[in-house]
Design a protein around this ligand. Structure first.
Ligand code: SF4
Length: 503
């Protein structure tokens, strides 16, 4: 470890891994994520840890002591694939070897990073996995997770985080003055370092120490050589569930990942709760309670898979209900409802039902491309939309259509879809958005563009419709969302719609 920035395996410098995996088991006090000695830490100013811009949108999947058929790494791989929509820039897995904890991670999709052979080389029964998305600039292996902290006795902690801390700058500066060295630009390292420094108290106590000082959104899973712990911020911004497969426990960001691996839903990790599994079984305690819950309502609107359930509510059915409520807000004579594939499907079903109109699959989606919201630059995003969608002219020609999407962020998808529908002969195009106008940035773990990029920020609906190139635009109202989830506003974060920031 001459410069401390070499890819290594089992504590030995070995040069770049032929499998293109990033092995990190450096016995330093804090993890040195897999960065080669030749790679520079080239972090743009906009990615500064001080500016506190939201960076991460992630998924966590972990399996503890898997004893079923196949191997645990394959279960984790499938779980991460099921959560790929939550992060497409990097992925990783932490697991125990005879040499202690080790992390394999890299940039790209889960399937690009881990081969079948790689998975079968991992014999561990406990695996902690993560997929990550970051904003431009912070996309780097150095921030890929899980992060790993190890001491000279090879004992360590690996940690994966979904969310975004809101007091990162304060804690970062404080710990720098105390002599802390940071190796990533991620707020996740702040959580890890605060747990690691108190590990002599026991893992449960050190997690509590960290929860005493970190603020914001965090759904975290960590492991050491003996146990796995999951914990969630007191408001519960990000979802985190517990599942069971045979006698093994699974932690996952979404229930869809549990179903993918054949596990059954057991319980939510409640807001402010710490759930620990070890050889004695499961221990859970509410450690911190907030005055009110603050689950991100955008998880229902956009981020979670429609086949997931959050707080016992089907994401698909919530979206369908919003679409149905949208029906009473539209002021146009329509011939058909068209979903924006695939993000508008659930709401379009509800809208078509409520208006008693045909639901037409009139825009084909190329399934081999990622979501436009998480492509890195505006030009790439526009090209991606055109690559992604192709309208079916025979269905659209001469018709007055409602095109339905779950949200309007930059408006890129809506603009291109509107122009594609018009060039296919649509008589009128009315845009229906199954969420309120998105007007404020998110500081709790979702990459929402800077205010100047938000399509609905400054314009009234008529101007906005003109600038997008549609005949009209109709948004759902906040109360439609509350009615659709069947709960009060007070249980959700709605800051990106309302500007009402809870933390
Ligand atoms: S600001 Fe919006 S996206 Fe962020 S947590 Fe709140 S509801 Fe979710």
């Amino acid at each position: 470890m001459n410069d401390g920035w070499n890819i290594c395996k089992d504590g030995q410098q070995q040069g770049p891994c032929k499998l293109n995996l990033r092995f990190t088991s450096n016995p330093a006090m804090l993890c040195l994520p897999g960065v080669t000695g030749k790679e520079k830490l080239n972090v743009p100013a906009e990615d500064s840890i001080i500016d506190q811009r939201p960076r991460e949108k992630c998924g966590v999947f972990a399996v503890y002591n898997y004893q079923g058929p196949g191997n645990a790494a394959t279960i984790a791989y499938l779980g991460l694939l099921a959560l790929q929509h939550r992060g497409q820039e990097s992925a990783g897995m932490a697991y125990i070897t005879s040499q202690g904890l080790q992390v394999a991670k890299g940039m790209g999709l889960v399937s690009n990073i881990f081969s079948r052979d790689d998975l079968f080389k991992i014999s561990a029964t406990t695996i902690l996995g993560h997929v990550r998305y970051s904003t431009t600039g912070s996309s780097s292996t150095i921030n890929a997770q899980p992060l790993l902290a190890r001491s000279f006795d090879r004992k360590g902690i690996a940690l994966a985080h979904n969310g975004n801390l809101t007091n990162t700058a304060h804690l970062h500066n404080k710990q720098l003055h105390e002599g802390q060295i940071f190796h990533s630009t991620s707020d996740t390292e702040i959580i890890l370092s605060n747990i690691f420094r108190y590990r002599h108290l026991g893992l449960l106590s050190s997690v509590k120490k960290a929860m005493d000082i970190i603020e914001g959104a965090y759904a975290v899973v960590l492991m050491d050589e003996k146990c796995m712990i999951a914990f969630r911020d007191p408001g519960g911004f990000r979802p985190l569930v517990v599942g069971k497969i045979d006698k093994s426990y699974i932690f996952a960001s979404e229930t869809a990942a549990l179903q993918t691996v054949g596990a059954v839903f057991d319980r939510e990790v409640e807001p402010g709760e710490i759930v620990m599994v070890n050889s004695k079984g499961l221990h859970a305690e509410i450690y911190k309670q907030a005055e009110r819950k603050s689950l991100c309502i955008f998880e229902y609107v956009y981020f979670s898979r429609p086949d997931s359930e959050i707080d016992g509510k089907s994401v698909h059915l919530v979206r369908r209900r919003v679409g149905s409520l949208l029906g009473s807000r539209i002021n146009a004579n329509l011939d058909m409802v068209i979903p924006s594939p695939d993000s508008g499907v659930s709401a379009a079903i509800g809208l078509a039902e409520s208006l008693k109109l045909p639901l037409e699959w009139a825009v084909h989606r190329n399934p081999y491309l990622g979501r436009t919201f998480i492509a890195p630059s505006q030009i790439e995003r526009e090209m991606a939309v055109r690559l992604k969608f192709n309208p079916i002219k025979a269905v659209i020609k001469g018709k007055k259509v409602a095109i339905v999407d779950d949200s309007l962020v930059r408006g890129t998808t809506a603009r291109v879809l509107a122009s594609l529908l018009q060039s296919s002969g649509a008589a009128e195009v009315h845009l229906c958005i199954a969420s309120p106008p998105y007007k404020h940035p998110c500081y709790y773990g979702i990459d929402i563009p800077a205010a100047k990029e938000l399509a609905a920020l400054h314009e009234d609906p008529r101007q906005l419709a003109a600038s997008i190139g549609v005949n009209s635009i109709t948004f759902a109202e906040p109360e439609d969302l509350y009615r659709a989830v069947g709960e009060e506003e007070g249980n959700y974060c709605t800051a990106c719609f309302s500007g009402n920031y809870l933390v």
